[in-house]
Unconditional design. Structure first.
Lengths: 359, 594
């Protein structure tokens, strides 16, 4: 009985590969001790942020101070991971780039260090507007959640605000909304006529009533940023709301897409320091460095998010400034997201939202 | 025999040795840390014993609804994977080996395209402006685009496609051990092809269906990216809820409660399954021998199964007679087998479905555009240059390869003895041991990831490749156990006994007789373990903190803002490499055999 079957293709070669692989394995088996080195590990968002932050922050900082900064990536909003690191006292990262909402969850647990040294914030950090930093977070970049539409299909009758996005009959086109309460609640309320100043605290009942009106007309409920740029680029939907950087990627690749800055929602992300980490002071030094406008301007060619330092626009290419959210033209028309509210209501909001989706 | 233990006790302890490696490994790396983590669900914010999280869980219908949706999606995925996969497995098991080996390459294609690329390929293929709708509209079949994704259909397409190879390979490894002379004997005795298949072949292949179905079902429970990207408003998986609680809300007690809800439901389904079909469909007990399964549910299961087989056999019998009445048979002409032709057509269609996204990715990767798109814009090799030019991708691929091989190897070393023991021995608590060994795929990866992080922090294993290997080994063991158990079910132990009588010792018998005969199952098990590790992202991101770059991690990182054709290029290279690898080892084997 010979069985020359599916089985046959592998054993020998697998064994060979195992032997070859032992070399790769050997290197990272022993974890290097960084404790005494002048080196910090920062979690960053990765993707185009890697070259962006490298050019703007990591490389120049090393040149100036000799301190090496290693950028590592993780899943989105890794607050759970940071909680685990702090509780286990295992500081894989010294600091992390977090959104303001995520930073709020960790602040509530007391898991972040203050970013300013004992003597108070340094000269660069103090220049960052109060609205773009907190005691535990220095904003590196501002991002906007806004409406983006295809000009080839909706150019003649484009959505100009949230009301239009909800007006399926008056402004026809396939739509996509976010499968998450963040931003969706604000959008639903403004579509229902709530003034930006009256958004918070969110009136959930009213928001869901507003969402009821377009529930059946939502072609796609998106869950990730990369998905929205794909949807826009392919014309899979005609309009949606997403983060401006994601839509910008589609525009930069030649997609006929226009952004609506009116009533866009803005918030920011930036550097935080893990509570009790051994390198907290080095990270503070790094954060002070990153608060300089001329440094922040250097990431803008890579990532279409807005620098927080007031003087940054002196160093930004004027063409590029047209697509950045902190452009003074845009930011005055936009609405600031209340992350304190979301920090307290994230869980219940998500529960309500899921219940609504399934109803 | 020195030692203080009584010989009887000692031999009883020794009897269970094949289970020890699995028990020790999973006990230390999985059970201990996971129980610690899940136990948080039983205490409130102040650390006092409390049911607060469980009250919360059932305070509204939402979480139960999400659980039911999850079970529904996993259940239908299993049904479709079995229905579509069975003809393919049957065909592969009954063609000559060279044909089989070239067909298997196509069946395996979904394995080598990363889940991220595959899912985006479906969007580009099946979307409103996708390739298929473009063709349908151009040919005038439809006036407006057919909604194939962003609904339940999309979820099914994505999940069945991803999981069917698992089902096919499991069924195949069982079918390969079915003696085809049995069906021939039935024909000699006058049975037509149809009834002979249903009464003889099909019952023997049931362990494969059971094992394949179970693997698909529990793997499907853990899927969340595919349903999130291809589904509609209502297609939410319970794992998403758990991840949200752990990563964003930081309410780990509640996350633990949701995970417990999932775990308990799946165990309940297992118990029902055991009562209905018997774990014996997976293990080696013969139906007559075990009398362990009695009771109403078991009898219903038996009766229903018997009825189904009778029904199919009778149906095919009638159809055959009808055919013979309309077209009387001539003694000098061989009977044409329509069933065989039908199996071929179905199987080839299914294989085309499996290979489609992979083949679609190849032209897409040569686009000049910055996105996956159809039709591809121009022709450019720039994405290949960017991938090959930077060492990052090569290193990531090599590391993933090594991690996957090592995880699969450890998984085999630990899982195979346990599977043999479970399949061949009867002992009290066998069901519980089985549930324990497969529980790593029922507990969501994010829970294992967090639990491992705490354990590794104490051991200094965070950020190490070997820590990642152990993490993936945990996931590999269930696949190995289920697959190997299914193969041993049909294994004729008299072959081993024959070897013993001829003077071979146990190890020699194992090496020279048993392993070669179940080689198909061994390779399938190894391949599952390999691919589970090769595509795994959650544990890799969490326990290494991003320090160890694997291929899925690099892809994830690259896809932050968009899924660029660079990922399609990576997928294409991987596809070519893996297929070449399989062909080459087949070639080497044939040369060394001749």
């Amino acid at each position: 009985m010979t069985k020359d079957k599916l089985s046959n293709f592998s054993r020998r070669t697998f064994l060979g590969a195992t032997a070859a692989g032992a070399t790769v394995l050997a290197a990272p088996f022993v974890k290097p001790s960084w404790a005494n080195e002048r080196k910090i590990v920062m979690r960053d968002p990765g993707g185009p942020f890697t070259p962006g932050f490298g050019a703007a922050f990591y490389e120049p900082f090393k040149k100036e101070t000799g301190i090496e900064v290693v950028g590592l990536q993780s899943s989105h909003e890794p607050t759970g991971q940071i909680k685990a690191m702090i509780e286990a006292k295992n500081y894989t990262w010294d600091g992390a780039s977090l959104s303001k909402a995520s930073h709020q969850s960790l602040v509530n647990l007391g898991y972040l260090e203050e970013i300013a040294p004992k003597g108070g914030p340094g000269p660069n950090l103090s220049k960052i507007p109060e609205s773009m930093r907190t005691p535990h977070l220095m904003g590196t970049d501002v991002y906007a959640t806004l409406i983006a539409y295809r000009t080839d299909t909706m150019g003649k009758n484009p959505p100009k605000n949230w009301k239009d996005l909800w007006d399926v009959k008056g402004v026809p086109g396939a739509r996509s909304l976010r499968k998450h309460p963040f931003d969706t609640m604000e959008a639903a309320l403004m579509a229902d006529g709530v003034a930006p100043a009256d958004l918070y605290p969110i009136d959930f009942d009213r928001a869901f009533k507003s969402l009821d009106k377009i529930k059946d007309d939502v072609a796609v409920w998106w869950t990730g940023g990369a998905q929205t740029s794909q949807l826009l680029k392919a014309g899979e939907v005609d309009c949606l709301f997403t983060w401006n950087g994601r839509a910008q990627v589609a525009i930069d690749d030649g997609a006929p897409v226009e952004l609506v800055w009116d009533q866009a929602l803005w918030t920011f992300e930036g550097w935080t320091i893990l509570k009790g980490g051994p390198k907290a002071d080095l990270v503070r030094e790094f954060i002070e460095f990153c608060a300089q406008g001329k440094q922040q301007a250097l990431y803008t060619p890579h990532v279409a998010y807005g620098p927080t330092a007031p003087d940054a626009y002196e160093f930004v290419d004027p063409e590029r400034a047209k697509v950045l959210p902190t452009n003074p033209e845009y930011i005055k028309k936009m609405v600031n997201v209340d992350t304190d509210f979301w920090g307290k209501n994230k869980e219940s909001a998500s529960e309500k939202f899921n219940a609504w989706l399934l109803s | 025999m020195s030692g203080s233990l009584k010989p009887a006790l000692k031999s009883r302890i020794w009897r269970f040795w094949p289970l020890y490696p699995a028990a020790l490994f999973l006990g230390f790396f999985f059970l201990y840390p996971s129980v610690l983590l899940l136990s948080i669900s039983f205490v409130d914010g102040e650390g006092a014993l409390s049911a607060v999280h469980y009250k919360h869980l059932f305070a509204s219908a939402t979480y139960v609804k999400v659980l039911l949706i999850t079970l529904k999606i996993a259940g239908w995925t299993t049904v479709f994977a079995i229905l579509a996969g069975y003809p393919v497995a049957y065909l592969l098991a009954t063609v000559k080996s060279s044909t089989r080996n070239s067909l298997i390459i196509w069946v395996l294609m979904p394995f080598w395209t990363s889940f991220l690329v595959r899912t985006f390929a479906w969007i580009v293929l099946l979307g409103r402006k996708g390739a298929i709708n473009q063709w349908l509209e151009a040919l005038g079949f439809v006036d407006r685009p057919v909604a194939m994704i962003f609904n339940f259909t999309g979820v099914m397409i994505g999940m069945v496609h991803a999981l069917m190879p698992l089902c096919i390979l499991t069924m195949l490894s069982v079918m390969e051990n079915i003696d085809r002379n049995l069906t021939k004997a039935a024909s000699t005795l006058g049975a037509r092809g149809g009834p002979a298949f249903w009464r003889v072949y099909f019952p023997l292949s049931v362990p494969g269906i059971a094992a394949g179905g179970m693997l698909v079902f529990i793997t499907a429970l853990g899927f969340f990216i595919t349903p999130a990207l291809l589904g509609g408003a209502r297609d939410t998986m319970i794992v998403q809820v758990i991840i949200f609680q752990i990563q964003e809300v930081l309410n780990w007690g509640f996350a633990g409660a949701v995970a417990m809800l999932l775990f308990v439901s799946v165990v309940a389904i297992f118990v029902l399954y055991d009562r209905l079909l018997g774990l014996s469909t997976l293990s080696g007990q013969s139906e007559q021998g075990s009398g362990g399964r009695s009771g109403l549910v078991a009898r219903i299961g038996k009766v229903l199964g018997g009825l189904f087989i009778e029904l199919m056999a009778t149906l095919t019998e009638w159809m055959g007679r009808l055919w013979d009445t309309i077209f009387p048979r001539r003694a000098d002409v061989a009977r044409t087998s329509f069933a065989r032709g039908g199996a071929w057509v179905t199987a080839l269609l299914v294989i085309a479905f499996l290979a489609l996204p992979a083949l679609f990715i190849i032209p897409v990767s040569f686009t000049e555009a910055g996105f996956l798109s159809w039709p591809p814009k121009g022709f450019s090799t720039k994405w290949y240059e960017s991938v090959i030019g930077s060492g990052i991708w090569f290193n990531a691929a090599l590391r993933s390869f090594v991690v996957a091989i090592m995880s699969a190897f450890f998984g085999m070393c630990i899982g195979v003895p346990a599977a043999f023991f479970l399949a061949r021995q009867n002992f009290f608590g066998k069901g519980a041991v089985f549930a324990f060994l497969v529980s790593p795929i029922i507990i969501p990866n994010i829970i294992i990831a967090v639990a491992l992080f705490y354990l590794y922090s104490r051991l200094g294993l965070t950020g190490t490749t070997i820590g990642l290997v152990f993490g993936h080994t945990i996931l590999a063991i269930p696949y190995v156990v289920i697959t190997i158990m299914a193969v041993i079910k049909n294994y004729d132990i008299r072959l081993d006994q024959a070897a013993w009588t001829l003077g071979a010792n146990k190890i020699k018998t194992l090496w020279l007789v048993t392993f070669p005969l179940i080689r198909a199952g061994m390779i399938a098990a190894f391949m599952f373990a390999f691919i589970i590790s090769f595509d795994e992202l959650t544990i890799a991101l969490f326990v290494t903190g991003g320090e160890v770059t694997t291929l899925p991690k690099q892809m994830w990182d690259d896809a932050l803002l968009r899924v660029s054709p660079a990922l399609a290029a990576v997928a294409t290279l991987l596809l070519l490499f893996m297929s070449a690898f399989i062909l080459l080892s087949e070639f080497i084997r044939r040369r060394s055999a001749s």
